[in-house]
Design a protein around this ligand. Structure first.
Ligand code: NAD
Ligand code: ZN
Length: 350
């Protein structure tokens, strides 16, 4: 596990030297998907020699099969454990590559070059890695901090609007859990971010990365400290992803619906300030993000989320660990919510 991550937000070309330094005159082993490679590979290949290893696009990459293929290629190349592996792509490429890097020869460094908004503002930092297994999101994974993260907003120029929106959901999350001013800023600049405006995206990434780093430093292994707050919208969201079928609903879309559900539950329990629902609904509405289960094709199927949300999936007396809101801009973690309370909320969730 590396202790520190070198993080840079801005044009990749200005970090050419850093890449050359780690490459040491040999091509870098780079994991990517064919779509990202065809659109954005040059931006990297112009700066440093790379040997690409391809994985499928999106969530499909996060599987045993593609982990095995990646490890196989590393072994075939006799990749030494001191040499970094580079992940060029979205959160899926990053999660798979980070996991492979954490176990290959007991761990080698990973460098993230995130190419989606979601990966730039969130998933590339913090060291959580995973693949999906047994139909469950992120069932198998590890903590493995990257040695370096190079986030260049220029990559976002080719990302479609649906993917940009999904990334924006995580940006909204950072405002909702801890920073009402940032939440308001996102409301005013959502359109600029969605249009991949370099200034707006740089500001969003810089803010979210700094917020995540501060949280991660205080609770790297997610052991009951502040890191849990980053799961706002995610306990619902991961369940939505699983019930809809992994890869059908984008992670950020599921998180958006999850944030709305968590806000509604917070108000229903009398915890959140009145008006929080309207603020969240307005934000999701104006940025075009989904907010209802029916938006994910799960109308009337709320209760199916329950087994995925319970800590002990076989026991309906179990409690649920959830991140709820006191107000927009202040979240807290609770494990006091009873399964029955949640079940009745989900039944009514529409
Ligand atoms: P993704 O990686 O699943 O898919 C991105 C899609 O966009 C792919 O089809 C890819 O080909 C395409 N793409 C990527 N960059 C592009 C570009 N610049 N131009 C055009 N197309 C491009 O999407 P994502 O939202 O980045 O990642 C989602 C994954 O990240 C989920 O599996 C989620 O669980 C994970 N995640 C991990 C963490 C973490 O802390 N490790 C945090 C949040 C999310
Ligand atoms: Zn997320």
């Amino acid at each position: 596990m590396n202790a520190r991550t070198e993080i840079m937000v801005g044009p990749l070309a200005s970090h050419a030297e850093a890449l050359e330094e780690v490459a040491k005159g040999e091509p870098l082993f780079l994991v990517t998907d064919p779509h990202v490679w065809s659109l954005q590979g040059e931006l990297v290949a112009d700066l440093v020699d790379v040997v690409p290893h391809f994985v499928p696009r999106g969530e499909d990459a996060k599987s045993w099969q593609h982990l095995q293929a990646l490890i196989g290629d590393l072994a075939a190349a006799n990749h030494p454990r001191s040499r970094p592996i580079v992940a060029l792509g979205g959160g899926s490429v990053g999660d798979l590559t980070g996991f492979a890097a954490s176990i290959y020869r007991r761990g080698c460094p990973v460098i993230h070059i995130p190419t989606t908004l979601l990966a730039q503002v969130d998933s590339a930092v913090g060291g959580k890695t995973a693949i999906d297994a047994e139909g469950e999101k992120n069932l198998v994974g590890s903590f493995h901090l990257p040695a370096m993260v190079l986030a260049d907003p220029a990559f976002l120029a080719t990302l479609d609007r649906r993917q940009m929106r999904a990334g924006l959901a995580e940006v909204i999350k950072y405002g909702a859990i801890a920073d009402p001013d940032f939440f308001a800023w996102v409301g005013a600049h959502g359109e600029a971010i969605l249009s991949a405006d370099a200034n707006a995206c740089t500001r969003a990434a810089t803010h979210c990365i700094a917020a995540k780093q501060a949280i991660v430093e205080s609770d790297l292994y997610d052991l009951g400290g502040k890191r849990a707050l980053l799961n706002f919208g995610h306990t619902f969201g991961h369940a939505i992803e699983s019930v809809a079928g992994l890869g059908k609903v984008l992670h950020g879309e599921a998180v958006a619906i999850g944030m709305m559900l968590a806000t509604r539950l917070s108000e229903r329990l009398g915890i959140a300030e009145p008006g929080s629902i309207e603020l969240m609904a307005d934000m999701l509405g104006r940025t075009g993000l989904p907010s209802r289960l029916s938006d994910a094709g799960l109308g009337g199927r709320g209760e199916e989320l329950l087994p995925y949300m319970l800590r002990d999936k076989k026991n309906r007396d179990a409690r649920v660990m959830l991140i709820l809101l006191k107000r927009i801009g202040e979240a807290f973690a609770t494990d006091e919510i009873e399964a029955e309370t949640l079940a009745s909320f989900l039944r009514d969730a529409g």
